[in-house]
Write a protein that binds this ligand. Structure first.
Ligand code: PLP
Length: 393
């Protein structure tokens, strides 16, 4: 455990809560969470489940009804045909990733993680006893993994490649062409499994996303397609993620789960089954609102001295802003900003705006700005960031 870091995004949120308790007005642009409510019909399904007495243990990997809803979702939205033995529900997509790694990775194995990446992948790999093999995908490449990079990094100890599109923290979205090019490389390396983390699937501003297993059906036997209800359905607190993949892997995850957390909450499962069957009509106006917020954030950062965003993020609800222009400047108290961690601390202490430094995502100097907050908070936070940048010498 000495080698495992606490989630930096959870740490930022804890700091914000502490500052707010002390009476400071801090706007949290550090959390991967939307300010929208869980749709009422989904809440009603949860309430109904309690009233029906659906409050007992269920099958470890999900009730038959939830599994059927997951199977239908994969068919309808992804063009993927998974049977009930090839899907599983867990307590959040995070638990799916955790269980998949713990079930398959052993000492000596490595897991290829294109960076910038979600904070938890490398730590989960370390917990499982493996070695994260981070591969840098800079802004000039659109923050996207290039086929030749993938080919060069895979070795005989590579167990997994993790893909996350739309991406946290960059918002980059892999096109069908880009996925196909990666698939071509993967065909040369038949022992490598692929985890496609599609949790931001619907949060994309131009066109639709496609998932690897649909773009390259011949790889399906070694792809774990991960998704959940946290983001699209604003259900972060309910804790429900799911996956489709080869039956042997789903069985291994199920066995591990049976000896750890057992089933996800029975009430949550009923609500999630409803969420997955409901048309996404409720979501499209939310997506339009998010696009407006993204554009406002980009316009504000354009005004802020020392912050730069390129390329424009096409998905998720994050802006990954380069903050190199602020390093070397001095704060009103006389201290110099040396790292993106210093910039994030300056913004939270002096401007009351919490962001997450790029180091947390393995690329510096950057700040991840999560714009899924209420419009008035976002506008105020943007003004504060512009003013705080202007106060630097
Ligand atoms: N994957 C990515 C890329 C994420 O950003 C997150 C949450 O922020 C998750 C997985 C975890 O989602 P869940 O709330 O379903 O555990």
């Amino acid at each position: 455990m000495l080698e495992v870091q606490e989630s930096p995004t959870a740490a930022v949120s804890a700091l914000v809560r502490e500052k707010q308790r002390e009476g400071h007005h801090v706007i949290n642009l550090g959390e991967g969470e939307l300010d929208f409510d869980t749709p009422q019909v989904v809440c009603d399904a949860g309430i109904q489940a309690i009233q029906n007495g659906d409050t007992r243990y269920t099958a470890v990997g999900g009730t038959p009804d939830l599994k059927a809803a997951i199977v239908e979702k994969f068919q309808r939205e992804d063009g993927l045909d998974y049977g009930p033995d090839s899907v599983i529900a867990s307590t959040g997509a995070k638990q799916i990733v955790f269980n998949a790694m713990l079930a398959t990775v052993q000492a000596g194995d490595n897991v290829v993680i294109p960076t910038p990446s979600w904070v938890s992948y490398p730590e989960i790999v370390r917990i499982a006893g493996g070695t994260p093999k981070e591969i840098s995908c800079p802004a000039e490449a659109g923050f996207k993994l290039q086929p030749e990079q993938l080919d060069a990094v895979i070795d005989s100890a590579t167990k997994w490649l993790i893909l996350n599109s739309p991406n946290n923290p960059t918002g980059a979205v892999l096109s069908v062409k880009e996925l196909s090019a990666l698939a071509e490389v993967l065909r040369q390396h038949p022992n490598v499994l692929v985890l496609a983390d599609d949790i931001y699937q619907h949060v994309v501003y131009s066109g639709k996303t496609r998932t690897l297993a649909a773009v390259a059906p011949d790889l399906r036997d070694r792809v774990l397609t991960v998704n959940g209800v946290s983001k699209t359905h604003s259900m972060t607190g309910w804790r429900l993620g799911f996956a489709g993949g080869p039956a042997w892997l789903i069985k291994a995850i199920d066995t591990l789960q049976s000896q750890s957390t057992t089933n996800p909450s029975s009430v949550t499962q009923a609500a999630a089954a409803c969420a997955l069957r409901e048309p996404l009509d409720f979501f499209w106006p939310r997506l339009a609102a998010l696009k407006v917020r993204r554009d406002r954030t980009l316009a504000a950062l354009d005004e802020a001295d020392g912050l730069q965003v390129s390329p424009v993020p096409d998905g998720a609800f994050y802006v990954f802003a380069h903050c190199g222009g602020l390093l070397g400047k001095t704060m009103p108290g006389g201290r110099r900003l040396e790292t993106d961690g210093d910039v994030a601390s300056y913004l939270v202490e002096e401007a009351g705006v919490a962001t997450v430094p790029g180091t947390a995502f393995s690329m510096s100097p950057y700040l991840r700005i999560a714009y899924g907050v209420a419009d008035e908070d976002l506008d105020l936070a943007c003004r504060r960031i512009i003013e705080a940048c202007a106060r630097l010498d």
